[in-house]
Design a protein around this ligand. Structure first.
Ligand code: CA
Length: 229
């Protein structure tokens, strides 16, 4: 596998340097910028395989960049945040970040997160071509990572796609939030279960005719979720 390219967006020079250094040592091709304007230029011209994005930036902040990026691309985003409040982290995930890490963090932990996210997104492309799963109103093509709902292609983030693919491959099986964290994130210790709830809601909004009365992803109260084909 050729080395993955990573864009680091961080206005604090010391953090930017340390993150860049560790990611380069881990074998990634790294570009770093200090603000959202430069980030957008790179994202338009030569998109990376993953973005490490500081939430609090001067000018265009991390939320705004995520929002803008998600309207056009599913490149994985790991957010750096100094905020400990759950609502801020959830807001980032709502906008489509794939993961977040709270400052202060160890650079090695960030490298592990990057590796885990890339293993899922890039590893998925290298696996043998799997056949699409087709239901009457929904088709999921793992090779192209494409989801078609009632004839319309929907943009899912990497995590949303992985979760939907997992559900669709295990119809009627009940998954707890812990299972889903293990299978989709693979690092259940670091992520809080609210993350699963957010992702399920976003998938429902994309695939269900009536997200408040879902047909495919059913809540099993007090346990988790199951997929109805
Ligand atoms: Ca900052």
């Amino acid at each position: 596998m050729s080395e993955a390219s990573i864009l680091v967006v961080e206005d604090e020079p010391s953090i930017r340097e340390v993150v860049t250094l560790y990611l380069e040592r881990a074998g990634y091709r790294v570009r770093s910028v200090e603000d959202g304007t430069h980030a957008k230029q790179i994202l338009k011209k030569d998109p990376p395989d993953l973005v490490v994005l500081d939430l609090m930036l001067p000018g265009i902040d991390g939320y705004e960049i995520t929002n803008w990026l998600r309207s056009k691309s599913d490149v994985p985003i790991i957010m750096l945040t100094a905020r400990r409040e759950e609502r801020d982290r959830i807001a980032g995930l709502e906008l489509g970040a794939d993961d977040y890490i709270v400052k202060p963090f160890s650079p090695q932990e960030l490298v592990s997160r990057v590796r885990a996210v890339l293993r899922r997104t890039m590893g998925g492309l290298q696996e043998k071509r799997e056949q699409p799963i087709v239901f009457d109103d929904l088709s999921i093509d793992p090779a192209r990572r494409q989801v078609i709902v009632r004839g319309v292609e929907k943009q899912l983030t990497a995590k949303e796609f992985d979760m939907l693919w997992l559900f669709a491959n295990h119809p009627l099986q009940v998954f707890t939030r812990g299972h889903l964290l293990d299978r989709v994130w693979g690092i259940s210790d670091y992520i809080d279960p609210g993350t699963v709830t957010v992702h399920v809601r976003r998938i429902r909004e994309k695939i269900e005719a009536d997200p408040s009365n879902p047909r495919h992803i059913i809540t099993v109260w007090g346990v988790g979720y199951r997929f109805e084909p």
